[in-house]
Ligand binder design. Structure first.
Ligand SMILES: N[C@@H](CCC(=O)N[C@@H](CS)C(=O)NCC(=O)O)C(=O)O
Length: 206
C-alpha cells in the first residue's frame, strides 16, 4: 500500500492523478499549508524541503521507499507499473523532456506569479510581470507542441500529460483567465480532463 502525503493544489493533483492512472492502491493524508503542517518533523523526514506531495511505498520490499517531488513520483509509479511511459525510445525521451519542462520550468513560473500576485506590495509590479511573462512563455511552448501531436510525448498519453494537466486546469480557473489564446492546449486539456482517472485524481484529497 502507498501513502500519499498531499494537499489540494496543482502539485498534489499531479501525484494523485499519477496514482489513479497507474491503478496502484493508496491512502491519502492531507496537509494544511496555512497551519504549516508540512513543516512538522514527521513530514520533513519524508521531504527535508518541506514541500508536498510525497509518497511512501510500503509494499515493495523490506524498507519503505520514500519519493518526493511530482516528477519523481510520476516517474516512480510509471516505472513500477510499466504504464505512462512509452516504450519507443524517441517517445520516451520526449515524455521525460516534457515532464521536466512542466515540473521545473512551468511549475515555478506558476508558483512565482501566484506568490507575487498574492503577497507582493502592489506598487512593486516587476516580479509579477516577470512571472506572468514566464507563464505565457510556457503556455506558448505547450501550445506549439500540442498543435503538432495529440499528447506531449507524441501519440501516447504519458507522465508529461499527467504533470501538465493540473496546471492547465488551474490556469483555466485562475490565470490567465482561460486558455482561449491557446486552442490546441485547451483541446488537449478537455481530452485529458475527460479521463476518469484524471477526474478521480482531481478530487484527492477528498
Ligand atoms: N518541486 C516540487 C514543488 C512542490 C510544491 O511547491 N508544493 C507546494 C504545495 S503546491 C508546497 O508544499 N508549498 C509549501 C512551501 O513551500 O512551504 C514538486 O514538484 O513536488
Amino acid at each position: 500500500m502507498i501513502e500519499l502525503h498531499t494537499t489540494p493544489t496543482a502539485n498534489g493533483y499531479r501525484a494523485s492523478i499519477a496514482l489513479e492512472e497507474t491503478g496502484l492502491a493508496y491512502v491519502s493524508r492531507s496537509y494544511d499549508l496555512v497551519k504549516g503542517e508540512h513543516l512538522a518533523p514527521d513530514f520533513l523526514r519524508l521531504n527535508p524541503v518541506g514541500r508536498v506531495p510525497a509518497i511512501v511505498d510500503r509494499g515493495s520490499g523490506e524498507a519503505p521507499i520514500v519519493v518526493f517531488g511530482t516528477q519523481a513520483i510520476a516517474t516512480y509509479v510509471a516505472e513500477k507499473t510499466g504504464r505512462l511511459l512509452p516504450s519507443d525510445p524517441v517517445a520516451r525521451a520526449a515524455a521525460h523532456s516534457w515532464a521536466g519542462m512542466v515540473a521545473s520550468d512551468a511549475g515555478p513560473a506558476y508558483s512565482g506569479q501566484f506568490v507575487f500576485s498574492r503577497f507582493a506590495p502592489p506598487e512593486q509590479s516587476w516580479g509579477l510581470e516577470h512571472f506572468q511573462k514566464q507563464c505565457h512563455r510556457m503556455l506558448g511552448a505547450l501550445e506549439t507542441r500540442l498543435a503538432e501531436v495529440p499528447y506531449l510525448a507524441g501519440d501516447e498519453y504519458s507522465i508529461a500529460d499527467v504533470l501538465a494537466y493540473p496546471l492547465a486546469a488551474v490556469s483555466a480557473l485562475r490565470y490567465p483567465g482561460d486558455l482561449a489564446a491557446y486552442p490546441a492546449l485547451r483541446a488537449w486539456a478537455e481530452r485529458v480532463g475527460a479521463r476518469p482517472a484524471v477526474q478521480r485524481g482531481m478530487r484527492v484529497p477528498a
